[in-house]
Design a protein around this ligand. Structure first.
Ligand code: SF4
Length: 464
């Protein structure tokens, strides 16, 4: 079987239609607790410098402001029209960057940079310049062609000159929020974004010679139907972005207050959502896209598709990536950092974040330190999510275990999934079937003891 072999089996997916983590980390953020402090961050940063060959750095910056509120939003953001609020935020980011960067050896290169939000393009040109100069004065930012410097773009908040400016600062990957091109859907989610506007920004991104252009869509929004979403796909296929993320809208107004503005009665039924996803798979693979995993697709020539092919694909907080062998250092409110054996998250409110920085502290609020068992399970889950298989020999060699006895209990459950057609198990590996690839999270969940211990499992979204 090759990575091109996929088969969307509606009945199988329906049978396994439960909630589960997206495994951008293991343990997931739901397992973070407040025992972890800034001292842990400092200790692990120091240890990361002491490796025989320290890993490169992946730097994430969270910009929490948005001009308007999208009603489906589940992100940590502040809706405001007041651009000057970002000045004070940048003052604090500058102090945080100073404190954090002093913990790392100066020659460690930043090979991956990502600005996310919120809306990074909320910043004015001057504020954008200031943020990049804060980063470049504290970190060794790579200028190699292989660097991945990406930014999330809201096409409503930038023009062609702005995109050109971002490219001149070193960004070579752009990710555009689109969600749906239908007028009624856009109005219902308070994100009115004319197609012509999106197209002009796509053209501007392409004109910079960017390495890759990603477009985000969401299915399951109010007033979406299979027919309407098919028209959105027509448009997107015409644009031919290098990567596509097709997220499943999870309606959880009790957790995400913005979603209280969405009328539940306007949402498509679960069965129609599944049909939308099945249609998406068929349309995109028919147009030449490779199914990467979960809800991600890429052109065959894109690095993600190549990494899937050669087995080097990884997953981190930014989703599927080719640069996961890095230490992830994150700046800004609510952002998450990750070392080999530690995850930390910053204060989640702006007030809390400012208070800690003003007191001269790193704003770490919670996290988790990984045990050896966590590391073994993380590796098993990564292999399933990124390679569609679990190779027992590689796990045995890496961790000096005998996987088949170590996971004796888990393998009972794996056999049940095998009987149901999700995977095949041999003496040396578990391999997802063409049908099972859409249910990788179900297989990964078997190895996830951390989530099984949580009382908050219902906070995860549905696996499809
Ligand atoms: S979806 Fe994105 S642009 Fe919309 S409110 Fe949320 S963070 Fe802001």
């Amino acid at each position: 079987m090759t990575e091109a072999d996929i088969e969307f089996d509606m009945e199988l997916v329906r049978r396994h239609d439960v909630s589960g983590p997206r495994y951008t980390s293991y343990p997931t953020a739901a397992s973070f607790d407040t025992d972890i402090s800034e001292d842990d961050f400092r200790r692990h940063a120091q240890q990361s410098n002491e490796l025989p060959v320290p890993r490169p750095i992946s730097l994430y910056v969270h910009v929490p402001f948005c001009d308007t509120l999208c009603f489906y939003c589940g992100c940590n953001k502040i809706a405001t029209k007041n651009r000057s609020l970002a000045d004070s935020y940048l003052d604090h980011l500058e102090k945080e960057a100073g404190m954090v960067s002093s913990l790392f050896d100066k020659d460690r290169e930043v090979t991956q940079l990502h600005w996310g939000g919120g809306t990074p393009t909320f910043l004015t040109t001057e504020q954008t310049d200031r943020l990049m100069s804060i980063l470049s004065s504290h970190w060794n930012l790579s200028s190699a062609d292989e660097r991945d410097f990406s930014i999330e773009i809201d096409p409503r908040s930038i023009d062609a000159r702005g995109i050109e400016h971002l490219a001149s600062l070193g960004f070579n990957r752009f990710s555009l929020g689109v969600q749906d091109v239908d007028d009624q859907v856009q109005q219902a989610v308070n994100r009115v974004q004319p197609v012509e506007l999106t197209e002009s920004i796509i053209k501007a991104c392409r004109d910079t010679g960017a390495k890759s252009l990603n477009v985000d869509l969401i299915y399951g929004l109010p007033f979406q139907t299979k027919e309407k979403f098919s028209k959105t796909l027509d448009k997107v296929i015409e644009w031919m972005p290098d990567r596509l993320s097709i997220f499943n809208y999870a309606h959880m107004p009790e957790i995400f207050s913005a979603q209280t503005r969405i009328n539940e009665g306007d949402l498509p039924a679960a069965s129609e959502k599944l049909e939308m996803f099945a249609m998406t798979v068929e349309r995109l693979t028919g147009a030449g896209y490779v199914y990467i995993g979960l809800d991600h697709f890429a052109r065959p020539e894109d690095e993600l598709a190549k990494a899937l092919h050669d087995g080097s694909l990884q997953r981190n907080f930014q989703g599927y990536t080719t640069h996961a062998d890095t230490d992830l250092v994150s700046l800004g409110v609510s952002s998450i950092s990750s070392f080999y054996r530690l995850f930390t998250q910053n204060e989640k409110t702006l007030e809390g974040y400012y208070e800690r920085i003003d007191a001269g502290e790193l704003p770490v609020i919670r996290g988790v330190e990984l045990t050896l068992d966590d590391c073994i399970r993380r590796e098993a889950i990564q292999q399933i999510m990124c390679r569609n298989e679990l190779d027992f020999d590689s796990l045995d060699e890496q961790y000096y275990i005998t996987s088949k006895s170590y996971f004796n209990e888990e393998l009972h459950q794996i056999r049940l999934l095998e009987d149901d057609g999700l995977l095949e198990m041999t003496d040396s590996k578990i391999r997802l079937t063409a049908k099972g690839r859409f249910l990788a999270r179900i297989v990964a969940m078997v190895f996830d003891t951390a989530s099984q211990q949580l009382a908050t499992k219902q906070r995860f979204s549905k696996v499809i």
